[in-house]
Design a protein around this ligand. Structure first.
Ligand SMILES: [Fe+2]
Length: 316
């Protein structure tokens, strides 16, 4: 029990903790700044928090997210309330329900989008100003047919690397590109993004080895990671996926099952990776919505071309 909060760790191993279920937050009324401060301090250590049956709606979801940072990501594909099932530009619809209320059809664009989310990734690494937190809230009834989100501890995974590899990785800069991971997950649909799509999401550059909020070093990786500056595409992909495979070994991973409407998971993109289950035939309605809190910390803007001429020679 910490300040009225009960924190039950999920993965305790190797002298490290990762993920926790948190009890004791009264979601029926506005969360005080004191409680938010306690939660953020604890979150720096655990990286992933699960809250069950919060009873939050869209407004409560957005209000709590705004207490965690000044700016939330705006959904660039939000075309107004009449064209969006969720009806909020600050929430991303990651459910399996179409605008008309029907379940997503296999091989529809939404279906293929879910395949991108099923690759191990970190949200918004393809933004030059990255995002620090993501918060998923489930609505409606519990899902049948298997509904999980999986998390990997990139801090502990980094600490277990051999020193010579740590030395090799220390100064590497990675180009992240949303269209790269979309193409990986679904080459038929996303093999040729439109000019509008590419203009909406240009690539971004971030250091591979970073200092996590808890002070430990971590790997900042994602399926969006396309190239390492100074290396060929093939060499880059070989190293990137070797590291992702390392980070996502079962000893660094836990799986959160979505049990009830109102369940929330809040994770720190600066010190974890995640993936969801892809949509499956026979899965019931899965109404999950995400807010994303923009990073305002010291590494928020990654590596920009100003002052780093190497970026200009990336194209190989
Ligand atoms: Fe994600």
């Amino acid at each position: 029990m910490i300040g009225g909060l009960t924190v039950v760790p999920v993965l305790v191993a190797g002298g490290s903790v990762f993920g926790a279920e948190v009890f004791g937050v009264d979601w029926k009324k506005p969360i005080s700044n004191d409680v938010v401060g306690q939660l953020v301090n604890l979150q720096d250590r655990y990286a992933v928090f699960i809250f069950r049956e919060t009873g939050l709606d869209n407004a409560g979801h957005i209000a709590f997210s705004k207490q965690l940072g000044d700016k939330l990501e705006v959904n660039p594909f939000f075309y107004g309330r009449e064209n969006d099932r969720v009806g909020e530009s600050l929430l991303f619809d990651v459910g399996n329900i179409e605008l008309d209320g029907s379940l997503v059809k296999s091989n529809s664009r939404r279906w293929h989008h879910s395949m991108d989310n099923a690759l191990w990734h970190t949200d918004s690494t393809y933004h030059q100003q990255r995002s620090k937190y993501s918060l998923l809230l489930s609505h409606g009834d519990a899902v049948t047919g298997g509904c999980y989100t999986h998390f990997a501890d990139t801090r502990r995974a980094y600490s277990d690397l051999p020193q010579d590899l740590k030395d090799e990785l220390e100064d590497l800069i990675v180009e992240h590109d949303l269209w790269h991971s979309r193409k990986l997950a679904s080459p038929i649909i996303y093999g040729s993004p439109t000019d509008r799509e590419k203009a909406l999401k240009p690539p971004a550059y971030h250091r591979l080895v970073q200092t996590a909020p808890d002070g430990r070093k971590t790997l900042y990786l994602a399926a969006h990671a396309k190239c390492i500056i100074g290396r060929s595409f093939g060499e880059s992909q070989e190293l990137i996926w070797r590291l992702i495979d390392h980070c996502t070994q079962s000893k660094y991973v836990f799986s959160m099952e979505w049990l009830s409407g109102g369940d929330v998971v809040w994770w720190d993109n600066r010190q974890s990776m995640h993936r969801s289950n892809p949509y499956l035939e026979g899965m019931s309605a899965r109404d999950v919505r995400r807010s994303t809190v923009v990073d305002d910390g010291p590494f928020a803007f990654g590596v920009t071309s100003q002052g780093n001429g190497e970026l200009n020679s990336l194209a190989k």
